[in-house]
Design a protein around this ligand. Structure first.
Ligand code: GCU
Length: 341
């Protein structure tokens, strides 16, 4: 998106959001709470309304409303209607939007510490992933480190593991990716990952992937199971291999401006609501993986279980490069690995 278009979008959006609805930005949050009037918080994300993460975000909003006796209201803007992931992070930074749910990989361009979540095979299993996300002090530190860049992370939602799928070619080994254009998120780690595996990475926003597959601009992509069904990639991509290379979590961020305006009680309400809904979301995700696999098979997608060892080996230099960036990065990496049982 051009800078000029971005500024126009920002100006247009600010006036739209400030003029529309029942928003009273002139009233401080604490004042609004004391007067028991409604203060509206906006949450933007790029998934469709039937996506499990959208459902959990709606639950998050409802939990906040209930716990605050409706003095806080949450309006969810799904389907990328306020922009792609990079755009909505910028809207959060400027305080035009209060919350946004984006992939951890999208945050890497704003704070390099987030690159750890996209490091391929940094998580060895779902149990390891959950344990780190829920308990690691490194995660806690990373989530709070970007406060002076306009946002902090307040929680995460499971977005499953990511696998490579192509229009028609079965990928069993890194060598099969030779000459194949694979869409990745706009994250240097994901770009380097596909390069290390032997393919040609093509970074682009999520909203452009379906048409790019259809137009054969790319040969494949990598994502969780919902991309095939909710985002309909399975209509054009028929060969899915369980590379299980990343567990990139979905991260819920809040604008530092909004956060600083919340009372201690409101902060507690927000944190309790994300914790509760993130936990409930795990079950919802498990159910989704089963139902969406079935739905994708009905669309004609073939699922291949493969030997991942060559993939794991191919990306080891990325782990070394990450650790060698600084002592801080090395400590994060070691902290993640210390949760291995
Ligand atoms: C996942 C993630 C999205 C992200 C997408 C992508 O679906 O939940 O937030 O946009 O991957 O690959 O871009």
């Amino acid at each position: 998106m051009s800078i000029k278009f971005k500024s126009l979008l920002l100006i247009g959006l600010s006036s739209f959001l400030l003029l529309g609805g029942c928003v009273d930005k002139s009233k401080g949050l604490a004042e609004a709470e004391a007067a028991e009037s409604t203060y509206t918080l906006r949450l933007a994300h790029n998934q469709g309304v039937e996506h499990p993460v959208h459902i959990s975000l709606e639950n998050f909003g409802q939990a906040i409303e209930q716990k605050s006796n409706d003095t806080l209201e949450v309006q969810v803007y799904p389907t990328g209607q306020l922009g792609q992931e990079r755009d909505v992070v910028e809207l959060v930074q400027s305080g035009v939007v209060d919350f946004s749910k984006v992939s951890a990989s999208a945050l890497e361009g704003f704070d390099e510490r987030y690159s750890i979540f996209s490091l391929p095979y940094v998580f060895h299993s779902k149990e390891h992933f959950y344990d780190v996300m829920d308990n690691s002090s490194a995660v806690h530190e990373i989530f709070n480190a970007s406060a002076n860049q306009g946002f902090i992370a307040i929680g995460w939602y499971d977005a499953g593991n990511r696998n490579i799928y192509t229009v028609d070619k079965k990928v069993e080994r890194p060598a099969d990716l030779n000459g194949m254009k694979i869409r990745v998120q706009e994250s240097s780690t994901s770009i380097n990952m596909i390069k290390a595996m032997g393919g040609s990475p093509t970074p682009m926003a999520y909203g452009e992937v379906y048409t790019s597959l259809q137009a054969e601009i790319i040969d494949g992509a990598e994502n969780n199971i919902t991309a095939l069904t909710v985002n309909r990639h399975g209509e054009v991509a028929k060969a899915h291999s369980y590379t299980e290379h990343q567990y990139a979590p979905d991260i819920l961020i809040i604008s530092t401006k909004t956060w600083n305006n919340l009372s201690e009680n409101q902060k507690e309400i927000v944190m309790d609501s994300v914790k509760e809904t993130s936990e409930n979301h795990k079950k919802l995700w498990d159910e989704t993986e089963i139902s969406e696999k079935k739905a994708a098979e009905e669309m004609g997608v073939k699922f291949y279980t493969i030997d991942k060892s060559e993939f794991i080996e191919s990306v080891k230099p990325l782990h070394e490069a990450f650790k060698n960036k600084s002592d801080e990065f090395r400590n994060y990496f070691e902290d993640f690995q210390s949760y291995l049982k």
